[in-house]
Structure formats: structure tokens, C-alpha cells
Design a protein around this ligand. Structure first.
Ligand code: SAH
Ligand code: SF4
Ligand code: F3S
Length: 507
């Protein structure tokens, strides 16, 4: 299954759905900058190139955010260069790797459950080796290594180059682990095996780690210090992708605005990097995720406005609309600052979509404070949002200092109110596009019918339209005729005048 998987840093799908009407967190909108053809987790085998001495085949199941998906492609590359082949199914694999996520408790619960299933599989197939990599490996090495689970290998996000030697160590039935975090590793010179890609759009990791220490968040603990990757290799990777026919890249990092590279030629910041990538080809669509509001600069917005191929879409997680809560979350901005940044986006890039993340029921949040989140959502008029119930994570600043004291049923009710409001806002945003035309980059067939294609506008909204003779990778101007909260529906501009029956079909 080679569906493209695109969801932003920090998201894992705890429920399997791709529609706005998700009931459990995280709520994902298909028009979100990075939501597309989602699956609960993605498991991949793939083509192999290695000439194997011992015919060992690996299979990777990836959970969590886009960073993990990107990392799985690095892991596949490292293993393929070291006499491993990618299996096309779990059944033919001798090594299964779970690339895991710790962002919320239910993300981890899924992995514990999966490990139990794999343990039973191992009883039937004693040769199967089980490895846990990614954020949970960082956080819970000792628990994962407990004999009861049948885990052979644990490797954190900065240890993937060491996988071949770790795998040698487990050959005699022993366990091996390396969860050391690095201040330098960026996997700079490793060309990912892009087995998640649809051949049209790709992710390029530009930095790793995070040092913002938002009080609720495990990422600084699981992924370590922030470090940026050499811009020359990033530009090279973009060029290479263009030469292979890719039409869209998304630059990836936990907080891309703090991207910084300094060498004898001077300092490269994120706006400079964006400009360099935009200049790789005027036909390449350029996106990025994700930005922290405290660092979203006018310089970046100006660069976005000045390159037509930088997509007008900004994902800017707000988390809460109340200043006291924002302070407790250690977000380092206020409601007023956030709304001013929204105004700046609208000023420099009037047609931009703005999407966000919201946490319901953070420690000590009152009803009034929750209402301020609702009112901020209306003021910012978000086009889409990922919305979560607060989940306390051991080791974070919040877990040490702030009681998780909002009862579950209140968290659930507040989340529900947030979701309902966002549905209205998304519906309104999409209705406002009716009558407009957009250049749509076609990603594939629509889920519901082979007679329709789906693609995205530069604003990253999903559009469905009649296939005609168009195909994946085409860019088609589509006039919008109808909408739902999650999707725009239209017809190719060329046949707008003769499309009465299609108009009927797409409603
Ligand atoms: N680096 C990104 C976000 C990464 S995590 C950024 O700051 O924009 C993705 C989202 O998960 C966060 O924005 C937040 O809304 C949510 N999240 C993180 N930790 C959480 C927790 N403990 N409970 C609930 N939601 C959480
Ligand atoms: Fe987590 Fe905050 Fe870093 Fe995002 S910026 S990864 S929410 S600590
Ligand atoms: Fe991503 Fe989950 Fe780690 S959201 S950074 S895989 S904790």
C-alpha cells in the first residue's frame, strides 16, 4: 500500500478517518495542510535493491507524525545499504520495526497492543525479530526491553545509522538498544527511500529536535536538541526530486522558523532557505510545516508573498485562546500576539489559509478560559484545525508542576464544542470558495469514485472533480461549484460551460 501519508509534525492518527467528522482525537480535516489519504498507520515493504547474503527482510510500520514517516524512509535507506531487503508484507519479513509515537497516551496504547500481537506472531515464527524505534523508544527503553514483550531491538530517533550493528548484536537472540540523542545528527547524507511517496509530492526534513519545551509536550524529551541541516544538501534534495518529476515539496521540522545554518558563507535563516527552494524551479510547489507563532516573522511572510510557487498556507498552532493558559503551556506568546500574527498573514498573503492545533482541557483551564479559545477560533477564522484532548505525559513540565485536574467528561465536552465550531468555520471557509477557480495538483482518484479525481489547491484544500482524461500529476484549473466542510467540488475550467450534468453529480 503506497498511499501518500501526509500529516504534520506531532500528529498521529488515533482514529482511522479522513473526514472532518472525526469523533476521537486528533480531529483531522482533509483540507489541513498535511492531511491526505490517511491511514491509521502505514506499513511498508517495498522494492529491494540489496544483494543479500542472508536474505534478511525488514518491514516497517510507522505511527505518529510526518517526521516519523520521513525517518522510516531514512531507516529503509540505511538497511537497504546494509544487506537487508524491504519485505512486501509482514509475513515475508524476518525483522519488523515499529516506528512509534508518544505524543498522547492513546498513541502509546496502540503500540503496546501491537506489540502483544507481534509477540503472538513470534510464537508461530520464532525467527521473527521485533524492533521498536522512534519516540517511544526514546522515552520507554527499559519497559520495552522487558522480556515479556519479545522486543529484540530498541533504537531512538538519532540512532538509525547504528541499526546495522545493533542488528548484528541481536543475531544470537540477545537484545540491543541505542537511544542516545545527538546534538548533530541530521541524516544529511542519507538519501531517503521514498516508499511513502506518490511520486508527486515529497517531504524534506530540514531540522530535527525541539527546544521549546511547551509544558505539555514530550517531543523535546524524545527527539532532543534542535539542529538544522546544511542548506546545500536541502537544495540538492529538492533539485533531485524535481529531476525525478516531483512537483511539490514540504519542508519539515518541529519549528521551521528557527531553522538556522551558519558557515563561512554566512547565515541562512528559514526565509532564505524558503527562497532558495522556491528558486529550484518555478513549477515546484513549496510548503512547510510547522511554525511556532512566537517565531513567525514578517520576513518569512514577505518571502512567501514574493514567490508564486510558495503555497499560501500557514499552519500555526495556537493551543489556547487564553493568556493564563498559554503561559502555563509555556507557549511564549499571548492571544493578542497570535491574532496580530494572523492579521500579518492576511495582510501579506490575503488568499492564505490558516490552520491550527488546539488542546482542550489543559491543567486548570476554566470554563471562561475555554470560551476564550472558542472566541479566538472565530476571530482567527481558521480554515481547519487539529483538535486534541489534553493528555498528561510523564516527564513533561506540566506533569511535574501542574495537576491534570480537568475531569475527562469536561475535556470531552469542551473538545466537542471546539470541533463543532471548527466544522462551521471550515464549512464557511469552503463555501467562500464557490465560484472561484484554483490550480489543482492532481494526486489520484477520489475515494468515492473512479470517475473523479482529487487534488489540492495551493491553499492545500482538497478538491474533487470529474476525471475526464486527466491523471495524477496533472495541474488542472478547476472552478468550484460546491463544498462540504472538508472538500471542495468543482469542474475543470475548460468544460465549465458544458458541465450541467457534472454539476449535478458533484453535489
Ligand atoms: N511542533 C509542533 C507541534 C507538535 S505536536 C508545533 O508546536 O506546532 C502536535 C500537536 O499535538 C501540538 O500542536 C498539540 O496541539 C498536540 N499535543 C502535543 N502534546 C499534547 C498533549 N500532551 N496532549 C494533547 N495534545 C498534545
Ligand atoms: Fe512540542 Fe512545543 Fe516543540 Fe511543538 S514547539 S514540538 S508543541 S515542545
Ligand atoms: Fe512525532 Fe509523535 Fe514523536 S508526534 S515527534 S512521532 S512523539
Amino acid at each position: 500500500m503506497n498511499a501518500k501519508v501526509t500529516f504534520p509534525i506531532g500528529y498521529q492518527l488515533e482514529s482511522c478517518a479522513s473526514n472532518i467528522k472525526l469523533i476521537s482525537e486528533p480531529v483531522l480535516l482533509t483540507l489541513h495542510p498535511f492531511g491526505s489519504n490517511l491511514d491509521c498507520s502505514q506499513s511498508f515493504g517495498g522494492k529491494s535493491t540489496a544483494n543479500m547474503s542472508n536474505n534478511r527482510k525488514f518491514y516497517i510500520e510507522t505511527y505518529g507524525c510526518q517526521m516519523n514517516f520521513s525517518d522510516s524512509e531514512i531507516v529503509a535507506s540505511v538497511l537497504s545499504q546494509n544487506e537487508f531487503q524491504q519485505a512486501t508484507s509482514l509475513e515475508e519479513a524476518s525483522l519488523v520495526l515499529l516506528n512509534t509515537c508518544s505524543i498522547r497516551d492513546n498513541a502509546e496504547q496502540r503500540i503496546w497492543k501491537r506489540l502483544k500481537e507481534l509477540k503472538s506472531l513470534k510464537k508461530k515464527n520464532p525467527g521473527l525479530q521485533i524492533g521498536v524505534i522512534g519516540c517511544m523508544a526514546s522515552r520507554l527503553k527499559d519497559e520495552l526491553m522487558e522480556g515479556g514483550l519479545a522486543v529484540d531491538l530498541v533504537a531512538g530517533p538519532d540512532s538509525y545509522r547504528a541499526l546495522p550493528s545493533l542488528l548484528t548484536n541481536i543475531e544470537n537472540g540477545q537484545q540491543a538498544a541505542n537511544v542516545a540523542l545527538s546534538a548533530e545528527e541530521t541524516y544529511d547524507n542519507i538519501e531517503p527511500v521514498r516508499f511513502h511517496s506518490n511520486g508527486i509530492s515529497a517531504f524534506i526534513s530540514i531540522m530535527r529536535g525541539c527546544e521549546n519545551f511547551c509544558s505539555y509536550c514530550v517531543v523535546p524529551f524524545t527527539r532532543g536538541k534542535e539542529r538544522s541541516r546544511n542548506p546545500h544538501t536541502i537544495v540538492e534534495e529538492a533539485r533531485e526530486l524535481v529531476s525525478k518529476g516531483y512537483q511539490e515539496v514540504t519542508l519539515l521540522g518541529q519549528n521551521v522558523n528557527s531553522y538556522k545554518w551558519e558557515d563561512e558563507n554566512g547565515l541562512v535563516g528559514f526565509p532564505d532557505l524558503m527562497a532558495r527552494i522556491a528558486e529550484v524551479s518555478p513549477l515546484l510547489r513549496v510548503r512547510f510545516t510547522t511554525s511556532h507563532p512566537k517565531d513567525l516573522s514578517d520576513d518569512l511572510l514577505k518571502v512567501m508573498a514574493s514567490y508564486p510557487n510558495i503555497c499560501p498556507a500557514v499552519h500555526l498552532a495556537v493551543q489556547s485562546g487564553n493568556n493564563r493558559v498559554l503561559k502555563l503551556m509555556n507557549r511564549k506568546y499571548t492571544r493578542e500576539w497570535y491574532l496580530e500574527r494572523v492579521a500579518a498573514i492576511r495582510h501579506f498573503i490575503p488568499d492564505a489559509t490558516i490552520t491550527t492545533d488546539i488542546i482542550a482541557g489543559f491543567c486548570s483551564e476554566t470554563e471562561e478560559e475555554h470560551k476564550e479559545t472558542l472566541s479566538l477560533m472565530e476571530e482567527a477564522a481558521f480554515d481547519a484545525a487539529f483538535m486534541f484532548r489534553y493528555s498528561e505525559r510523564e516527564g513533561t513540565l506540566a506533569s511535574k508542576r501542574l495537576p491534570d485536574d480537568v475531569p475527562d467528561e469536561i475535556k470531552a465536552r469542551r473538545l466537542d464544542e471546539i470541533i463543532k465550531l471548527q466544522q462551521n468555520l471550515s464549512a464557511r471557509s469552503n463555501r467562500a470558495d464557490i465560484g472561484k477557480s484554483f490550480e489543482v495538483l492532481v494526486e489520484g482518484k477520489s475515494k468515492r469514485s473512479d470517475d473523479f479525481l482529487m487534488g489540492r489547491t495551493p491553499q492545500n484544500k482538497v478538491v474533487v472533480f470529474p476525471a475526464r482524461s486527466y491523471k495524477s500529476g496533472d495541474r488542472v484549473w478547476v472552478k468550484i461549484k460546491g463544498s462540504t466542510p472538508a472538500t471542495l467540488k468543482g469542474v475543470p475550467v475548460t468544460d465549465d460551460s458544458i458541465s450541467t450534468s457534472d454539476d449535478h453529480n458533484i453535489r
